[in-house]
Design a protein around this ligand. Structure first.
Ligand code: KG4
Ligand code: ZN
Length: 339
């Protein structure tokens, strides 16, 4: 079983590499963000992302190996090399996948192709191995929103998912409509800090029913409101929109925990970096007598440490990924509906 895994992550706009020991201990984690490169265009430009990954992958991997004390170590310096195979942008994914396969081949160690979404889910366990299981994990990123019951490493059951937009996508779209900077999540959070979350009663779609999520109607309601009230302060719109997302996610997490007798609730994915959302999860869990696990902000957004953690358990359970397997831009979460 692999002890040391070198993992790379290039699914979107972060070039990342990490060395993880036994799926538990992060020896190094390097993230080179391309936010500055894409901000000017208001979103990720796939061709630019692919080229930037290509330029950065060698120094980022070298830095991760160096920070783990493996610079100049006799080959192979690690027991396996992992990469995110999907979901993500094809040109971006291919850089990491090809690079990881080449290293694995050169070093004569296994290659492990990892699902990016499993990586996000794993962030809580990686930082807090004593997490109370089963746990309900609310995975909210730029492309996906899922509610998953986790009973152990790689033991998941999808309880609910978005029927339209992802939570992060709603943040990004509302931010763009309000003329805020990219990425939208942090920009909305910052604007909302000056506003009143109770100023505008935006709808909370599907709040009272089930465990699925919906954000498209909320986003449209924001656009209609701002069109009808051009004088409204951006801060109040941002705060009221954020309050709606927070209420939806907390309500669904508690409902999921109740229905599955879970012991704790967790957040994962880029949107989990949101301060008011984290606070609301903390407060709701305390009130309901549940454990709560909130990955550090660095672990919420894209990184390679979470990929290295999954790779360890995946390799033990399923063995290496064939070198002939390619990138899978449309890969979904195991057991989730295809969108
Ligand atoms: O997980 P992630 O880094 O990349 C994907 O796999 O999609 O998530 C990116 C998403 C973006 O939609 C971004 O706006 C959102 O996470 N995000 C936030 C915050 N930081 C990042 N959303 C709300 N509040 C934040 N502070
Ligand atoms: Zn992600």
């Amino acid at each position: 079983m692999a002890g040391l895994v070198l993992a790379v992550e290039t699914s979107c706009d972060e070039t990342a590499a990490a060395v993880v020991a036994d799926g538990r201990e992060v020896r190094s984690s390097v993230v080179s963000s391309q936010i500055d490169l894409h901000a000017h265009f208001g979103g990720v430009v796939p061709e630019l992302a692919g080229r930037a990954h290509l330029e950065r992958i060698v120094p980022v991997v070298a830095e991760a190996l160096g920070a783990a004390g493996l610079a100049g170590a006799p080959a192979p310096p690690v027991d396996a090399v992992a990469a995110t195979v999907g979901p993500g942008l094809i040109g971006a994914l291919l850089v990491g996948v090809s690079f990881a396969k080449a290293l694995a081949m050169a070093w004569g160690v296994p290659f492990v192709g990892v699902n990016h979404l499993e990586g996000h889910l794993y962030a809580s366990l990686l930082e807090d191995p004593k997490i109370g299981l089963p746990a309900v994990v609310v995975l909210v990123s730029g492309g996906h929103s899922l509610i998953v019951k986790m009973t152990g490493p790689r033991a998941y059951e999808v309880l609910g998912e978005t029927v339209d937009d992802a939570a992060g996508e709603a943040f990004d779209k509302v931010a763009r409509y309000l003329g805020l900077s990219y990425p939208g999540g942090p920009a909305i959070e910052q604007a909302a800090a000056q506003g009143d979350g109770g100023a505008i009663a935006f709808p909370r779609p599907m709040l009272r029913e089930g465990l699925d999520l919906s954000f498209s109607g909320l986003k449209t309601a924001v656009v209609h409101y701002v069109r009808a009230h051009p004088e409204v302060a951006n801060a109040d719109v941002a705060a009221s929109f954020q309050a709606a997302v927070v209420e939806i996610l907390v309500t669904k997490a508690l409902r999921a925990a109740r229905l599955t007798a879970a012991r704790s609730i967790c957040l994962a994915g880029g949107v989990a970096a949101n301060g008011p959302l984290r606070e609301a999860f903390r407060a709701a869990a305390a009130k309901a007598g549940l454990g709560v696990y909130l990955p550090s902000r660095a672990m919420c957004t894209d990184n390679a440490a979470m990929i290295g953690a999954v790779a360890h358990f995946q390799l033990a359970a399923e063995g290496p990924t064939a070198l002939g397997a390619g990138a899978e831009p449309g890969l979904g979460f195991p057991g989730a509906r295809a969108r």
